[in-house]
Design a protein around this ligand. Structure first.
Ligand code: FES
Length: 347
């Protein structure tokens, strides 16, 4: 039987396993409370996890690395400087503890965007760095497990063998599956057979000479993703075959926060908040401790949906909203900046 998510409401899952992948990254396995139901999702998607820290629920988005249809969800979380939720999970969460979760979501997946054929064969290039390996690893596993006959170049960038998430599994796949080609580029190669270097156009061509024939799926730190995109552009890569994950805050950079005050009223909670024009709506609502779930902060999960009854906002993302909802005035608070006095309804 499959696990049923509760729309956009958080559900409780239990951590049934937790172990280190590298000194600063742990993998979690999460199951439903009966530990028997199966989870479905599209490889590459993420879920938002919520934990209570200092009396406040904090949500963050994490990509799934398990296979769809298994009785638990697996994710790998890396320590990040100042990362409240990630570091809490690394340091405090114990096997047996529960946490909150929102349903799997995300456009970055290999079901909606399968690899294109080239010379009669589906060819993919998965490029990742650091924890960005999780969604692309899920894609590779999916293709191999389902015998989808996708030729996979798996290019991963890491500091060293010790800091390469899933190192042993990657080597096992490389040895076991003729269609899975592992290309690691390490800062410190050490005793491994993998080259040392910093990714650039030359390395990209050297490691994956037929890069232009492949559909590229990219995930990693922001700067890394920008750089890779530049390399692909430089090579004249067809960006119609390019997909990337991005948890980048969706603030519209062109809009400056002004000193002009705007009032955001939330009648259902008898609140009236003094905000600034140009401020992100989610920030204003959070400052009044209203029960708004702001998970991905990137306009992709839909958790921060709210309705603007009066006034106007400028939105950078309307993803997950239906045309009817948009028509009715629904917006994503994390991706909307305040333009005037507002009356808002949460949820
Ligand atoms: S927090 Fe995910 S869409 Fe706003």
């Amino acid at each position: 039987m499959f696990f049923e998510w509760q729309g956009s409401q958080p559900v409780t899952l239990r951590c049934v396993d937790k172990y280190h992948e590298t000194p600063d990254a742990v993998s979690l396995k999460l199951a439903d409370l009966s530990e028997s139901l199966l989870f479905e999702f599209k490889p590459g998607q993420f879920i938002n996890l919520g934990v209570e820290i200092d009396g406040k629920m904090e949500f963050r988005a994490y990509s799934l690395s398990s296979l769809s249809g298994e009785d638990c969800l697996q994710l790998t979380i890396k320590r990040v400087e100042g990362g409240k939720v990630s570091n809490y999970i690394l340091d405090k969460l114990l096997i047996g503890d529960t946490l909150q979760a929102l349903p799997p979501t995300g456009e970055f997946n290999c079901i909606d965007h399968p690899p294109a054929f080239h010379d009669g064969k589906k060819k993919a290039l998965l490029i990742s760095a650091g924890c960005g390996i999780t969604p692309v690893f899920a894609m590779a596993k999916h293709w191999l497990n389902n015998h989808e006959e996708v030729d996979v170049e798996f290019l991963h960038i890491a500091r060293s063998r010790q800091e390469t998430i899933y190192f042993d599994l990657l080597e096992t796949y490389h040895a076991a599956y003729p269609d899975f080609h592992l290309k690691l580029l390490l800062k410190h190669g050490g005793e491994t057979p993998y080259p040392e270097g910093r990714l650039n156009v030359e390395w990209l061509l050297k490691l994956v000479p037929d890069v232009k024939q492949r559909t590229v799926y990219l995930c990693g730190p922001n700067q890394f993703m920008h750089d890779v995109q530049d390399y692909l552009n430089e090579l004249g890569f067809d960006m119609g075959n390019f997909y990337q994950e991005s948890f980048t805050p969706a603030r519209n950079e062109d809009i400056e926060v002004s000193d002009e005050i705007a009032t955001v009223s939330v009648p259902d909670f008898a609140q009236s908040i003094n905000a600034k024009k140009g401020q992100v709506l989610a920030e204003a609502l959070e400052s009044a401790a209203l029960p708004l779930i702001v998970a991905c902060r990137s306009g992709i999960c839909g958790s921060c949906k709210c309705k603007v009854r009066k006034g106007s906002v400028s939105s950078t993302s309307l993803e997950t909203l239906t045309p009817e909802e948009i028509e009715q005035g629904y917006v994503l608070a994390c991706s909307s900046t305040i333009e005037s006095d507002l009356e808002v309804q949460i949820g």
